[in-house]
Write a protein that binds this ligand. Sequence first.
Ligand SMILES: O=C1O[C@H](COP(=O)(O)O)[C@@H](O)[C@H](O)[C@H]1O
Length: 321
Amino acid sequence: MCNGNRGEDLAFERFSLLFIYKRDRISSVSLSIFIRLLLCLCFVTIIGCTWKPRRMAHSGVHKDRGELRIHENLDELGTDLAEYIAELSEASVKERGVFAIAISGGSLIGLMGKLCEAPYNKTVDWAKWYIFWADERVVAKTHADSNYKLAKDGLLSKVPVVPSHVNSINDSVSAEEAADDYEFHVRQLVKTRTINVSDISDCPKFDLILLGMGSDGHVASLFPNHPVLDEKDEWVTFITDSPKSPPERITFTLPVINSASNVVVVVTGESKAEAVHLAIDDAGADCLSLPARLVQPTKGKLAWFLDKLAASKLDGSQFSE
Ligand SMILES: O=C1O[C@H](COP(=O)(O)O)[C@@H](O)[C@H](O)[C@H]1O
């Protein structure tokens, strides 16, 4: 009898312990679920409060002229452009360990200004950037017309790029020599694959070439009806008769521009709306030789960053959302 009671007591004790264990386990599981739900809620609330929708007036893909990103105003264009460049930089650094970017002069530099601000000034891997110029005016680097000076004052001096990665032209020689010298320099960096090489020619394949466009449709220093538009062999050429001052310039040629992995053309303002229309829409035979229209990356991606004014003469029917 005595043993029977002891056995029942033990069984009851075990059952109670099991019950307490299960109850505690169930309550710790529900506590952890509750905490997770609470954290999710906090996260969603924080994101909800800080996220500002990127306002693009219109965005879509043109049937054969690349991606169109049309913005309400310059501020929104600048925000989108900074994010776009930062994403390309990250992808390129991940894939190749470096980011070889060629920039232009003019209004483009001001529109890249948000790259010097948070978060990009901290999050972009600036040490991996190798900077080149798609075109340069052959003037001293201290001259107000210098594309290098423009970029240095407006961008490069504000972010931690490595000075030896800034590949500017030799400004103490003639335009012809400066072009030869720059091409030689680019060739050395293609050999070491700091600049990638095209899969279908021996051309350099820049990770990104950023272009502006003049109201005459010029890009880099490739002006309408100029013989350098036909240059097929040189990577970098020169002109001494630029219709826009200063007359002496060096410029990447079309084969180099069209070999890039990414080409971005940034155009703003009503005065350029007609040239944008000719560069993008099917606007007859006249537009076919416009320099901006000759920008057609063979394998790379082309994107247009426009404000509403520059896009105001576009034929909307030619691109899809
Ligand atoms: O002369 C030049 O002009 C174009 C366009 O300049 P913008 O001020 O009208 O945007 C520029 O992209 C190029 O680099 C520059 O040399």
